[in-house]
Structures are given as C-alpha cells and as structure tokens.
Design a protein around this ligand. Structure first.
Ligand SMILES: [Ca+2]
Ligand SMILES: [Ca+2]
Length: 366
C-alpha cells in the first residue's frame, strides 16, 4: 500500500488533499470574502468554545452500558438516511443508505492514545521512516529527509490557487513533533494525533481491535440523527453566538482571527458533541475513512452498508491511490474550504500526511 515514490512526489502530492478537497468557495484570490462575517465577529474571549456543560456530560452517559472494551466509544444505532450533498459535485447524487449498528470513538484518536500504541508495538509512522534514494531517482540525497507537511501561513494575502504558499514540507515533522523537530507533545496529550498516513491509522485500529469507519458510517454518525441541515450542528453558523467547531475565521490563509479560540488542532471535546454524543466530527482534524475515493461512486453506491469502490481514481491526480477523508479541519472556512459541511467529502493520497489530518475508529456492533 505504501509507495515511497508516491510520497515522494511528496511535496506536490501531499498537498493534493487541499487542492481537491478545499477549493475556494468565493474566488481564487479571496477577493469576495464575506465582509459581513468579518464585520460582526466579536472578540475571541466572547466567542471561545464554552466549557463542557452538564448536558455534555449527560450525553456521554450514552456509552458503554456494560462492556469495558468499548470504553470511550459511543453506540450508534443503525438506520437509514439520505447521503451526500447538493453543494459538492463529488457528493452527488443524494442517495438512500442503510448502515448497521456500530460503536464509534467519541472523539478523534489523541496523542496519548497513539503514544500507548507506539509504546507497546514500536510502530514507526510513515512520516518518520527513512527514505531510500533508489526510490527517488534524480532527487538530491540531502532532500530525502523524513518529514511531513505543516501549515505555515504567509504574512500577507496570497492567491488561493496555490496551496504550496501555505504548506511547507518540514523535515522532522511527525506525530511526535507536530510543527517540526523543535516542537513536542508536552501538554498536548489530549489533542488529536496528526501527521497520520492511512496505514498509520489502520495499524492503530488493528492494534486496538477496531477498524476505520466506512464513509457511510462516518456521515450517518456525523449527522447525529438530525436529518439534513446546513451544518452538522444545525442551520446557524454560530448557534447562540458561539462557534460550534474548530474551523478557521478571518482571511485565509494569512489572517486567522482565532475567534473560536484555536489556531491549530484543539484538545478533543473542546466543543459541544453532536446528537449522538460524538465530538469534533466537523472541523478540528480531517479523519480517514476506509473507502477508496472516486468522485463518481455515489452514482452506483449500493443502498445497504456501502464499502466504497474497489479502487480509487481521482481525475485531478490519476496516478495517486486515495482514500476518503471526512469532516474538514481547523483550516476550513466559508471563504476557502467548505468541506466541513454535511455530506461533503475530502480525500488524500494514502501515504501523505499533514498537521491537520488524524482519524477515529469504529467497532462492529453486537
Ligand atoms: Ca480555529
Ligand atoms: Ca474531525
């Protein structure tokens, strides 16, 4: 599955997620940014995420009636729903899907959880592995340094057509060093693990006796039993004047006002859960799903428990093997990346990772 030559292209392929998944929603240069949104933005203090409430704690009581192996997971009763979105060509047509019951992690896998996996198994993630020069003909050896892509916003406005202006391949960046060699996980145990390639997520899931969700399971769970709404949390961007998820505010990519309190990944459970008691299904970090990505899959998706196509194909990057990613991240906004909205799909090359990409797991129901 992991192909070094693919990662390689590293430096362009790693960014394909954003090229494909996060097209500007207004204009290529951002000139049509929604001024009214900026104008009525209160201070960060007044809009920061609310502390966990009694209602939130009550929501958590949904989990684990008597099975400790499902601790930290939420029981999702299966059902039927309308999958997809009319906003995004690759999420059409809307179609009816039924999923079986399953358990799902109530929050994104954290640094502390991933550390336990690595401590027990000695697992080395894709971003930490040495690069073999024979896999990269023509690339100077000094360039073949393990690393990963880190969001590095410019200090000024730039065209939104070239993600290389805000993504930097940082040697030494990995899940243990999210911003590069000088950064660490100290005090960040409850943040979602990032810089996770697909096989890194899959390896953790196998160790935990779990698996990655299908795209249909993920969307069913994210909708939280609420039917079709503008956002997973409701129809208002800021219910009761507060931000409901860790996304991006201000002018992308240089002008993050951090109105929701977080410029990068937030500790899990910093925002209220959805109707099923799941946290950060929208925003914070992108989450891997097990399905291969094809933009036309919904045209022939089966009704019952769809598992995705048998292979991947993205016309924007035909040579890459891609899997679906869901939920958007702390870099999504209505100016640049709408893919935190219900039914929208993201995708990524399987061996590429970034500091806004993680995952959560599911387990089959009994
Ligand atoms: Ca934010
Ligand atoms: Ca998420």
């Amino acid at each position: 599955m992991f192909s070094r030559p693919t990662r390689v292209i590293a430096c362009s392929s790693v960014f394909s997620l954003f090229l494909v998944g996060c097209q500007p929603s207004t204009s290529q240069d951002g000139s049509q940014a929604d001024a009214s949104e900026n104008a009525d933005t209160p201070s960060a203090e007044s809009e920061a995420a609310p502390q966990q409430s009694a209602a939130v704690r009550e929501q958590q009581a949904r989990k684990t009636p008597d099975d400790s192996s499902n601790e930290g997971m939420v029981w999702i009763e299966g059902g039927t729903f309308r999958m997809g979105s009319e906003e995004f060509p690759d999420a059409q047509p809307l179609h009816t899907v039924t999923v079986s019951s399953f358990w799902m992690d109530e929050y994104e896998v954290t640094n502390a959880q991933y550390a336990r996996f690595v401590d027990e198994t000695g697992y080395v993630t894709v971003a930490e592995r040495p690069l073999d020069p024979s896999d990269y003909p023509g690339v100077p050896e000094e360039k073949l340094v393990p690393g990963s892509a880190v969001f590095a916003p410019p200090s000024h406005q730039v065209s939104l057509s070239n993600p290389l202006q805000w993504w930097e391949y940082v040697p030494g960046a990995s899940w243990q060093h999210p911003e590069g060699p000088d950064s660490s996980l100290d005090g960040r145990e409850d943040e979602p693990v990032v810089h996770i390639a697909y096989e890194d997520a899959e390896a953790y899931a196998e160790w935990a006796g779990q698996r990655l969700p299908t795209e249909a399971e993920w969307e069913f769970a994210a909708r939280g039993g609420k039917g079709r709404q503008k956002y997973y949390w409701g129809d208002e961007l800021k219910p009761n004047g507060t931000w409901a998820a860790n996304i991006f505010q201000g002018r992308f990519p240089h002008g993050n006002t951090v109105a929701d309190g977080f410029a990068r990944a937030a500790p899990v459970k910093s925002f209220p859960p959805n109707g099923y008691g799941l946290y950060d299904m929208e925003g914070n970090v992108w989450e891997w799903c097990q399905d291969y990505y094809r933009p036309d899959y919904y045209e022939r998706s089966p009704r019952d428990s769809p598992q995705g196509p048998s292979d991947s194909y993205d016309p924007n990057e035909p040579g890459a093997t891609k899997r679906v990613q869901r939920g958007g991240s702390f870099l999504c906004s209505d100016e640049y990346c709408l893919r935190y909205r219900p039914g929208s799909r993201g995708n990524g090359e399987v061996s590429s990772a970034t500091n806004n990409l993680g995952f959560r797991c599911v387990r089959d129901g009994e």
